[in-house]
Write a protein that binds this ligand. Structure first.
Ligand code: SAM
Length: 255
């Protein structure tokens, strides 16, 4: 079938018409934008910061480089990328690095801009499936906790590869599958019980956080998602588990 309206896709544990998912996802982040950073810290007990630091360490930012952070939300990765390149500039010469935070949801970008500390960052509204950037224009493309919200992952992966320069690097940080049964049980208990309750108590929005935990379970496991990167044309695809596979970093190169 080619008519996207007549096909369905997952929205958490629900099946919804494919054409409706983007609007539903936008609704989730419209509602959660204001409390997004606080909720991230509470839900992950602050661990998302370490995962993001490790991601940027692997991105290996260099002076003068340009990052596009897709589904970049409030800009954590972009800030860290620029800061790391700036550290390197102290011992080496070169221009400052720059970053674009691209997100489909303007409220998330506005929440990021309100935080300040965004020298070198441009904030651009755009869809991961149709990026508003030139071919081969970025040294590095990142996406953190964004790909599982996208309706057509294959389109988004193709777009992220398109905007990378040859030999540019791609890094995708996403929730994944715990590697042991014991950890999975603890993680299930935390995420299905505590996270929706936190959403209700702090953000007055249980449903969005219920979607969040369900969407994590619907996302492909480490190996299956690595295969999707290969199909999209990335080379030297690698996977690193963080916190026993609760999150995973997938990396690839445009070759
Ligand atoms: N990357 C940020 C971080 O790690 O803190 C934000 C992650 S947040 C869980 C997911 C983000 O994906 C939201 O800001 C949402 O608006 C964005 N998003 C969802 N679908 C998108 C799409 N199709 N294109 C671009 N951004 C999208």
């Amino acid at each position: 079938m080619t008519d996207t309206q007549s096909r369905t896709t997952s929205f958490g544990f629900r099946e919804v018409p494919t054409g409706e998912k983007a609007g539903l996802v936008r609704g989730v982040f419209d509602k959660s934008a204001r409390r997004y950073d606080l909720m991230n810290d509470l839900m992950s007990l602050g661990i998302h910061r370490a995962w993001k630091d490790m991601t940027i360490e692997r991105a290996n930012p260099q002076p003068g480089e340009k990052l596009i952070d897709v589904a970049g939300g409030t800009g954590d990765l972009a800030r860290a990328f620029i800061a790391k390149a700036e550290q390197r500039r102290k011992t080496r010469s070169g221009e400052p690095a720059t970053a674009i935070v691209c997100d489909i949801n303007e409220q998330m970008l506005l929440a990021g801009q309100k935080r300040g500390d965004d020298e070198g960052i441009d904030w651009i509204v755009g869809d991961a499936e149709d990026l508003p950037f030139e071919d081969k224009s970025a040294d590095c493309v990142t996406i953190a906790f964004g790909i599982r919200n996208v309706t057509n992952r294959d389109k988004a992966l193709a777009e992220m590869r398109r905007v990378l320069k040859p030999a540019g690097r791609f890094l995708c940080l996403e929730f994944s599958r715990p590697t042991t049964r014991a950890l999975e049980r603890i993680y299930d208990a935390w995420s299905f019980n505590a996270i929706p309750r936190l959403g209700e108590a702090i953000a007055k929005d249980r449903d969005s956080y219920q979607y969040l935990v369900e969407s994590i379970r619907r996302f492909p496991n480490q190996d299956a998602f690595a295969d999707e990167l290969r199909v999209a044309g990335f080379g030297q695809v690698g996977v690193t588990n963080y916190s026993g596979g609760i999150a995973a970093l997938h990396t690839g190169w445009r070759i």
